[in-house]
Design a protein around this ligand. Structure first.
Ligand code: FRU
Length: 494
């Protein structure tokens, strides 16, 4: 039975979607059907298709009472909208259906677990959000909330832990057919912890252990956890709030954290061995992964920075984009990410240049566009002094450009969207220290109208940023302060 609130959202989104022209959206990155989008939710493979749900407020292009938007795809790049899946319409989720995940039940139904939010009056005009975990079951289009919701609440958290910061369940099916999930929570020390729960059937859940504790090391509250096995190790990804920079590894504000280690299922413990950022650009948060039928672990994040949401005017018909789906692997104790191989099928119009000398500014015939997949290798010119700086400018015209610039002496790569048309005093640059042990800089740069994603050294690092520069700005140029040589292979994406 659909509620009035859900029916209204479905009616509204259907009418409003028609007002948005195809060219006003990215081509192969998912945006909200209308209005606002944040975190990816319920990323799963069900009935022969990938399902992506997302934090959604259809009525305005700003955050509001959370619904779950819904889209499906068979290649992770062409998405088709389905009707809004969840609306805040029950006593336990009246103030929002926050982030969560999905699994497939043995009877073929699709099970969603999400965080129900309910404001509780404290004193005077102060309210706090009580957060509980709730489930809904459906057929891939319509979902029914469980009559015994919530399935996890304050009775299921360790003593002293917060019932106001208890959210974002990520479930998975274990080898023996039972289920587990991880949930973000705030313990008495005020920072973050990840709680682990088990369930025999997906409906009845019980507390297992505190899987991992922040102990005030990486930011404060840990949001949107995900735990999975990868190349013989276990990876715990989470998105900490209120981070402080640590060298070039972590930046201020909401960030992403990847912990690589070992996980003991019997004891429910995670032993950390290595930590790193997931994305080193400006816009990336709250990623979620899916295990594809062919065994690939694929991750999509919200390609946005919470502190930079004013980048677009709320008058625009949509706000928020998902990142490219990325295949994950571990190499030398690091998380590697590469664009899903499905993207290769969309490449066309190949233009190739080998060993082009760059000194000053160079533009190359056939190299322009805003929907582009470009591989670039930069080398110091033979027998000449090492160049000071190499840059590539894109989304460029007489007024605007966004750039990537590399200083080989410091091994620093910087993304800069200061000249992208933004009118807000928000972050427009980010620097990252990259590995240049082989003297070469190797980049794969993917543009899709309103974003750039840079895969450095075959995916050893990724930098993502959004840019809402007018689409006519489609020139690309290469600049060197000193002498560099480049190879370029560029495709259009159609
Ligand atoms: C992360 C987050 C989640 C929460 C959701 C609310 O971006 O704050 O913790 O579930 O967004 O929209």
């Amino acid at each position: 039975m659909t509620s009035q609130t859900l029916r209204e959202a479905r009616k509204y989104e259907e009418a409003s979607e028609r007002l948005i022209r195809k060219e006003e959206r990215p081509d192969f990155h998912l945006t909200p059907r209308t209005g606002w989008m944040n975190d990816p939710n319920g990323f799963s493979y069900y009935k022969g298709q990938y399902h992506m749900f997302y934090q959604y407020y259809p009525y305005e292009s700003k955050w509001g009472p959370m619904h779950w938007g819904h889209a499906v795809s068979s290649d992770l790049l062409h998405w088709e909208y389905l009707p809004c899946a969840l609306a805040p319409d029950e006593a336990y989720d009246r103030d929002g259906c926050f982030s969560g995940s999905a699994v497939v039940l043995p009877d073929g139904r699709h099970l969603l677990m999400y965080t129900g939010v309910l404001k509780e009056h404290q004193e005077r005009d102060i309210y706090k959000e009580v957060q509980t975990q709730c489930i809904a079951v459906g057929d891939g289009v319509d979902y029914e909330k469980y009559e015994q919701n919530p399935v996890l609440d304050e009775k299921n958290i360790p003593e002293g832990s917060s019932r106001f910061d208890f959210r974002d369940p990520k479930m998975w099916k274990k080898a023996d057919g039972t289920y587990a999930c991880v949930v973000g929570n705030r313990p008495a020390d005020g920072s973050g912890q990840i709680l682990l729960y088990n369930s025999a059937d997906g409906w009845n859940w019980e507390f297992k252990s505190v899987l991992a504790s922040n102990l005030n090391r990486f930011g404060k509250m840990w949001e949107c956890p995900d735990l999975f096995e990868l190349d013989g190790k276990w990876v715990l990804i989470t998105s900490p709030q209120d981070m402080r920079p640590e060298g070039f590894e972590y930046h201020n504000g909401n960030g992403t954290l990847c912990l690589i280690g070992d996980y003991q299922e019997e004891t429910g413990t995670f032993e950390e061995m290595h930590d790193q950022s997931v994305d080193y650009g400006i816009d990336f948060y709250a990623p979620q992964t899916v295990l594809a039928p062919d065994g690939r672990r694929i991750m999509i994040g919200w390609m946005q920075n919470w502190d930079a949401c004013s980048m677009r005017s709320p008058e625009e018909p949509w706000f928020g984009q998902m990142s490219l789906p990325r295949e994950l692997s571990l190499r030398n104790g690091r998380l590697y990410q590469t664009p899903v191989r499905e993207l290769d099928a969309l490449r066309c119009g190949k233009v190739e240049y080998t060993d082009v000398a760059v000194s000053g500014e160079v533009k190359l015939d056939g190299i322009r566009g805003r929907r582009v997949d470009m591989e670039l290798t930069v080398r110091p010119a033979d027998g000449q002094e090492l160049y000071q700086k190499f840059s590539i400018r894109f989304a460029q015209d007489d007024t605007y450009y966004t750039s990537l610039s590399f200083r080989p002496r410091e091994s620093i790569l910087k993304v800069d969207r200061k000249f992208s048309g933004s009118r807000r005093a928000i972050i427009h640059q980010r620097r990252s220290r990259i590995n240049t042990s082989n003297e070469e800089l190797k980049l794969r740069i993917i543009l899709d109208r309103f974003s750039v994603e840079v895969f450095v050294n075959d995916g050893e690092q990724v930098m993502s940023a959004t840019m809402y520069t007018r689409q006519e700005a489609d020139e690309i140029s290469f600049l060197a302060d000193g002498a560099a040589n480049i190879d370029v292979v560029k495709y259009d994406i159609r």
